[in-house]
Design a protein around this ligand. Sequence first.
Ligand SMILES: NC(=O)c1ccc[n+]([C@@H]2O[C@H](COP(=O)([O-])OP(=O)(O)OC[C@H]3O[C@@H](n4cnc5c(N)ncnc54)[C@H](OP(=O)(O)O)[C@@H]3O)[C@@H](O)[C@H]2O)c1
Length: 324
Amino acid sequence: MLADIRTLIIQKNGYLLYFPYRKGDMTMEAIIQDSYNGIDDLKIKEVEEPKLSPFSALVETKYTPVLPYDWRTETGELQMIRPVKLPIVIGYGFGGIVKSVGSLRNNNLVGQKVIGASISGSNSTLVDSKMPPLLFKVPEGVDLAAATSIIGGADAALGIINKLHLDTTDKVLITGASGGIGTYLIQLLRLRHIKVIAMGHTSNLKFLKKVGADEVIDYTENISEQLLYHNDITQVVDTAGNIKLLEAISEINSSKNIVSIATNRFSNFIHPNIFPSDYEKLLRMLLKGELHAYIQDVFSYKDVRMAQSISQKHHSQGRILLSY
Ligand SMILES: NC(=O)c1ccc[n+]([C@@H]2O[C@H](COP(=O)([O-])OP(=O)(O)OC[C@H]3O[C@@H](n4cnc5c(N)ncnc54)[C@H](OP(=O)(O)O)[C@@H]3O)[C@@H](O)[C@H]2O)c1
């Protein structure tokens, strides 16, 4: 009989080690980045299942969000702010069902719907969530796909609001308003009775109104002309990272009032301020129907390259998810 010559990847001390695969090993599938050649070089590989440690909560993954963080890491673009040692399991957000827990974790978690973040990668059929503050129970009545879109979406949006001191006298212009963060940012600002002007592609203007924007600006048309009608903007939040757009905006609005989470090449670059209690707050808002999760599409994790490519190149309407 031919020997099975597949390789088994074992995660040890933060490194992925390659071993010959033996039949009977407990394995799972993971999406692996092992180069900086971008999306097309991603691989789906069989890797060893995480071993249950006292701190573990082993989660059967159901969804992961497709984030710019992934495809920007895959080209090496984020190396300055996120140095990684390849190969890695991609992603950090996940939603799933807890399968088993270690001796130091709450047994009541088993069987629970959860969302969370994992710094050692999340795009695998099982995730070992070892950091209790980064795992959140999803209330009955909240759809798990919707809840998963909070990670890297609503959390960042709320984190931006936590950072800025806005009140009802403010008028906020959002770039990248149709994206995974933008769609939540519009809603969270409107819930605070703050006026929102959403900037988006022509094809998304109706969508942005539906999400809740008071007014919309088409980034394919003359920005300066459109902004002349909005000289009372008090804050610009950039999630698109398009320098030309930012330059056009700053001609009308003082660049002091521009913050960006997408680029540090133009304006005041900020990291959102997110607290564990924010996740419970956001989940409660989904439960009460105060927030809506805009999910653009769901792809099988086996189609990760297509899903990331669409997320990168097509116009967004919320978040794309992978399902497992
Ligand atoms: N600093 C931090 O800690 C932090 C945290 C989270 C995210 N981020 C960054 O925040 C950014 C947004 O994340 P996201 O998850 O919301 O991304 P997303 O879902 O892909 O949405 C991106 C949005 O930006 C727009 N956009 C992209 N390129 C554009 C361009 N050249 N001109 C005009 N609009 C453009 C898109 O518009 P179309 O739909 O028309 O293409 C879309 O509405 C990413 O760069 C991400 O890396 C930073």
